[in-house]
Design a binder for this molecule. Structure first.
Ligand SMILES: [Zn+2]
Length: 484
């Protein structure tokens, strides 16, 4: 029987102590425990800057490893052993990747390229003007609403925003609703405000399920509504561009790396109130907080991938969290290394990429993979096959892949409901939804709520199907990784 390695069961605090005293074993365990989160954070940050391949991230990671222990591990000394090591390393990884991009990119490329005359014309038509009006209107709102919107623009969910700003989801929804009404007022004629406020409520994430279903159906039926929505979406995208691309000055009151980490980890008391006051008014710190919250979304997937190789774990974590480019790149690396499950994680990463582009439409020749099979898939491969079939719009193949046995598992049940509701059997979809709506799982309940909000004879609109599939993908990835 072999002895456990030193520090393998040590707390993070003991690890930090060990690293500070120069113990190599402690350092090794530190990277074993948190290295994948650091590497994934770097890969995701590089991807945000358009550098989504798998080559640069390990270089930045190696540099960061050296930095943490330099000068007698002085950065770790600053951290102290009370703070959350995981959160702090995430902050450092994000900063290291951002700095790398700045250093490696000629200054001229960091500024947005000068628009060509055609683009200027296009922008004038579909965003710039309304975006300026909207931005000006938003500036007049309270700092707290600005902070909320900044988080919203960064892609945080209402729950994450409420958590970060120490408020409740109900209060948050109230703020977002008032903002949506305000934007609707300034961006639409009085006769048109009803639709405008519905569009903006949906864009700002404060519309309820029945509103969202109604709006999706209306867009399917009425090209004019679809065009209005697209216009509002582009306006909001332009507001985001404006808000997030403006460099935010650093001030003396800005949170340092340790405070940022503690803030996201749930700092309390007077420190919390002070930090919250600052984050609410400082775009720079709000952005930093938002980034860390987003990076930490990968943790459940990394945990599910613990028994797998690093490349595969990073691929899975990126695929589960809206970063298909590094997901595909790291999955390809895992395939070259001959890692088990690499082929499936690669397919999942590709599936995520398809969902991200034009609502997942596929060229025709790629869409017959499932139908062409004569034999039924095994229970293990059925959910992935069904997922791929749903992306291609082959709802019958998706439904057929999921027999009763597979549908007993949550992922199978959700996929089957989505396949039925997308046109395979609308009555059966309703029947299943009525059962599921009283069930325990919140995700399946939300799927069911959407199905029940549909009028009879109407299939789930494609945009809502894609949304539910993106929501389901992390569970499917974790299921794939956990199979023996
Ligand atoms: Zn600040």
């Amino acid at each position: 029987m072999s002895l456990p390695t030193p520090y393998s069961r040590a707390t993070d605090a003991a690890l930090i102590e060990g690293c500070i005293s120069g113990d190599r074993d402690a350092l090794e365990v530190l990277w074993q425990r948190h290295g994948r989160l650091v590497l994934t954070t770097i890969a995701r940050t590089l991807d945000v800057h358009g550098r989504g391949d798998a080559r640069e991230a390990p270089i930045v990671y190696e540099r960061l490893q050296k930095k943490v222990v330099k000068n007698g591990a002085s950065p770790l000394r600053r951290l102290g052993h009370e703070a959350s090591l995981r959160h702090w390393l995430t902050v450092l990884a994000h900063e290291a990747a951002s700095t790398h991009v700045e250093d490696e990119t000629p200054a001229v490329h960091l500024m947005s390229p000068a628009p060509t005359p055609a683009e200027i014309l296009l922008d004038d038509l579909v965003g710039l003007e309304p975006a300026r009006d909207v931005t000006q209107a938003l500036r007049k709102l309270s700092p707290q609403i600005m902070a909320i919107l900044r988080f919203e623009l960064r892609g945080l969910t209402p729950r994450e925003i409420a958590g970060a700003l120490g408020t409740t989801e109900e209060i948050l929804a109230g703020h977002l609703d008032r903002t949506a009404q305000r934007v609707a007022e300034i961006s639409a004629e009085p006769t048109d405000r009803g639709l405008a406020s519905r569009l903006w409520r949906s864009l700002l994430g404060c519309a309820d399920v029945s509103e969202r279903v109604a709006l999706a159906l209306l867009s399917e039926d009425d090209p004019a509504v679809a065009a209005r929505r697209e216009h509002a979406r582009r306006t909001w995208a332009a507001v985001r561009e404006r808000a997030l691309s403006v460099p935010q000055p650093h001030s003396v009151t800005c949170l340092d790396d340790v405070s940022l980490a503690s803030f996201v980890a749930g700092m309390r008391g007077a420190d919390r109130a002070r930090a919250e006051g600052h984050v609410t008014t400082c775009g720079r710190c709000a952005d930093a907080v938002a980034s860390v919250v987003l990076h930490l979304r990968v943790v459940p997937t990394l945990r599910a991938a613990e028994a797998h190789a690093e490349s595969l774990a990073v691929a899975a974590a990126c695929a589960a969290t809206d970063h298909p480019r590094p997901a595909v790149a790291f999955a390809e690396r895992a395939e070259r290394e001959g890692q088990p499950r690499a082929d499936e994680v690669h397919r999942l990463a590709m599936a995520r990429r398809r969902l991200a582009t034009s609502l997942g439409e596929l060229p025709r020749q790629e869409s017959s993979r499932v139908v062409a099979r004569a034999d039924l898939p095994t229970d293990d491969e059925a959910p992935l096959l069904a997922f791929e079939a749903l992306i291609t719009g082959n709802v019958s193949a998706a439904a057929q892949a999921l027999d009763d046995h597979v549908a007993k598992r949550l992922v199978g049940a959700r996929l089957r409901l989505l396949a039925l509701a997308s046109g395979h059997d609308l009555e059966e979809a309703r029947r299943l939804s009525e059962q599921a709506i009283t069930g325990k799982d919140p995700d399946l309940r939300l799927d069911a709520e959407m199905v029940l909000a549909l009028p009879a004879e109407r299939a789930l609109p494609r945009e809502l199907l894609v949304e539910r599939m993106v929501d389901l993908l992390p569970s499917l990835i974790r299921l794939t990784l956990s199979r023996p």
